[in-house]
Ligand binder design. Structure first.
Ligand code: ADP
Length: 605
């Protein structure tokens, strides 16, 4: 009945609509005001509850005779007529009763005026036309069904139907399928039985496509019996489609959330509590939302590993300053309910923002990294083992090789040898030299992870030293080394020197025929790291080899690599990893290569 009430609100005069036995069909808000009763309290009741005192009062008697005879009448003008309000106060009123006929029903409209004010013909007309247009022009389908569910009245019909054909026939054949027919029949019959309002939704197959109707069922009660039901069907196809889309989306999110490999949480920074966690969160960490929220913030934050406390606190600061669309990641350890430390990788993004765009709560997803971490740990241990083996082997090979070299030199210097033997001895000696160089490079490689001191290294100064060391190589090749202002950075001096030396000497070594080698080094400062560039104008590297050259012992087929063992760039990679940075190359064949590497600004030992 909402739509009618909506329109009735526009009528300023208090109005009641009655059937021919004086039962109340409608009461407008103005009447609710006047009487103190709500419409729902009056609906289906006899008008007698408002005018109980009929004995010896002609005016009262006249109301009922007018109602039963369907005669228009004005009351309360000559003789006082009292309306009994809900709070039992009696107030004098005037009533103008008029008869309205719709196609199938005849109703009475009672227009009230307070203090026996005379109701004008004009007011009456206005009220009547409101009532009629209300029903006839209402966009909703307003109709009444009798006990056999036949349509007694309908204002207008759905597309594809004809009003005169459906009037007097059952509603049920108009419904789309058996299941709907049974469902609606039950609802309607139940409303007849209990006298209670109800509602249902159906699809109607119209020639223009499916229309979704939402129908409210209001019983018309007389003498305690439900005589008919009034139905109002509203087309809410658009809302329904939208609602279905929202529901589908909701289902998608629910499934994603329930079956995801990720734990999900929403944390309210201001309240210091989690407002949501998903199933996977509970699986990984063992806590329920209740258990987590029963903890104080101190207890909760104590579940993060003490070694990660600083990182967590920095991360929380970062997260509370995130803007829409930004996120922040962190790896940390969290103590699960069973006491185990779980390695987690979280990604957090702002979820609720206040008007100034500050994060109120953030949403985070995380994965359990424990398995990978275990594999990583065992790989690291294996690598350490291999490195110490390489270290021991190369270290122990050094002195026998030196002895062999000494013996060769001794023989070559002391004895007059057959020229063929001498030539073979010379070849053997050069091989021994190459072997010594390889052993020495291997030793460097295995030594990188051995403890060096982290210190402030002045790179400008360091390069000067390196270029002095490489003077003969630079001069032999007429190479030009140029570098701008370079910073002082926290680094491991010995390895960083080795790295720069390697990159410069590669730049010279892999120069182009008849092109003066030029190597330039520059640095730019970024937010979290320094970015270095070492550029040469040499033979260049094919894109397919960009990764390969950093693998130990990998060497490329080219005119310049007669000497070397493929450990130089592998060494550089290891050194850069020690500085928590990255190294990569960009290059064009026959033009030159640029080696990039980064070094973290805030390096900790
Ligand atoms: P090595 O120089 O001992 O072969 P590296 O590890 O230093 O070992 O380099 C691996 C390979 O990468 C080299 O064999 C070479 O083919 C290629 N390379 C390295 N630096 C350059 C460069 N600046 N220009 C062109 N190619 C290069």
């Amino acid at each position: 009945m909402h739509t009618q009430l909506q329109i009735f609100k526009e009528i300023i005069e208090p109005i009641l609509i009655l059937d021919k036995e004086g039962y109340i069909i409608f009461a407008n808000p103005s009447f609710e005001n006047l009487s103190g009763y709500s419409y729902s309290a009056l609906s289906g009741k006899s008008i007698k509850i408002l005018f109980p005192d009929t004995s010896g009062n002609n005016a009262h008697t006249s109301i009922f005779s007018a109602i039963s005879n369907f005669t228009p009448i004005k009351l309360g003008k000559e003789q006082p007529l009292y309306l009994l309000k809900k709070d039992l106060e009696k107030i004098p009123v005037g009533i103008s009763l008029s008869v309205i006929e719709t196609e199938n029903a005849k109703v009475l409209i009672a227009l009230f005026s307070e203090k026996t004010e005379v109701i004008t013909q004009e007011q009456l007309k206005r009220a009547n036309s409101f009532y009629l247009s209300l029903i006839e022009h209402n966009e909703d389908h307003i109709f009444q069904l009798d006990k056999d569910l036949n349509i007694r009245y309908i204002n207008h019909v759905a597309p594809g139907l004809k009003r005169e054909e459906v009037l007097g026939t059952s509603l049920l054949p108009l419904l789309p399928d058996e299941a709907t027919k049974i469902r609606v029949k039950n609802i309607l019959q139940n409303s007849f039985k209990t006298g209670k309002p109800d509602s249902y939704e159906i699809n109607f197959n119209s020639p223009n496509g499916i229309i979704r109707y939402d129908t409210t069922v209001t019983p018309v009660v007389k003498n305690g019996n439900v005589e008919a039901v009034n139905l109002i069907s509203r087309d809410f196809t658009n809302e329904y489609k939208l609602k279905s889309k929202i529901l589908e989306h909701q289902r998608f999110i629910e499934n994603l959330d329930n079956y995801s490999l990720n734990g999900v949480y929403i944390y309210n920074i201001q309240k210091g509590i989690n407002t949501y966690i998903n199933k996977r969160y509970e699986e990984i960490l063992g806590y329920s939302l209740q258990e987590i929220n029963d903890m104080s913030p101190e207890e909760f934050f104590a579940l993060f590993h003490p070694d990660d406390a600083q990182a967590i606190s920095d991360h929380m600061k970062e997260v509370s300053n995130l803007k829409k669309g930004e996120f922040s990641e962190l790896e940390y350890r969290f103590k699960a309910k069973n006491g185990n430390w779980v390695w987690c990788l979280s990604r957090d993004a702002g979820f609720d923002f206040d008007e100034e765009g500050n994060v109120i709560s953030f949403i985070g997803t995380f994965i359990d990294l424990s398995r990978q971490k275990k594999i990583e740990e065992s790989l690291k241990a294996k690598n350490k083992e291999i490195e110490s083996f390489v270290y021991i082997a190369s270290h122990d090979l050094k002195s026998p090789l030196n002895s062999v070299k000494q013996i060769f030199n001794h023989i070559l210097g002391r004895y007059a040898l057959d020229p063929t033997v001498e030539e073979f001895m010379g070849i053997a000696l050069r091989s021994v030299d190459r072997l010594r160089e390889l052993v020495s490079n291997l030793l460097d490689y295995s030594l990188i992870e051995k403890k060096y001191q982290l210190e402030q290294v002045d790179l400008q100064h360091l390069i000067q030293i390196v270029s002095t060391d490489l003077r003969s190589l630079l001069e032999e090749n007429k190479a030009v080394l140029d570098y701008g202002a370079l910073p002082k950075i926290p680094a491991y001096r010995v390895p960083i020197r080795q790295l720069i030396q390697n990159l410069i000497s590669n730049g010279i070594k892999y120069h182009r025929e008849n092109v003066t080698p030029k190597i330039s080094i520059s640095c730019s400062e970024k937010e979290t790291h320094y970015l270095f560039k070492v550029r040469d104008n040499g033979i260049g590297i094919e894109e397919k080899d960009f990764q390969k050259i950093f693998v130990p012992f990998s060497r490329l087929e080219n005119e310049r690599n007669a000497h070397g063992n493929g450990l130089g760039l592998a060494n550089c990679k290891k050194i850069i990893e020690l500085h928590q940075g990255k190294i990569w190359v960009e290059s064009t064949l026959q033009k030159g290569s640029t080696f990039y590497f980064t070094i973290r600004k805030f390096l900790s030992a």
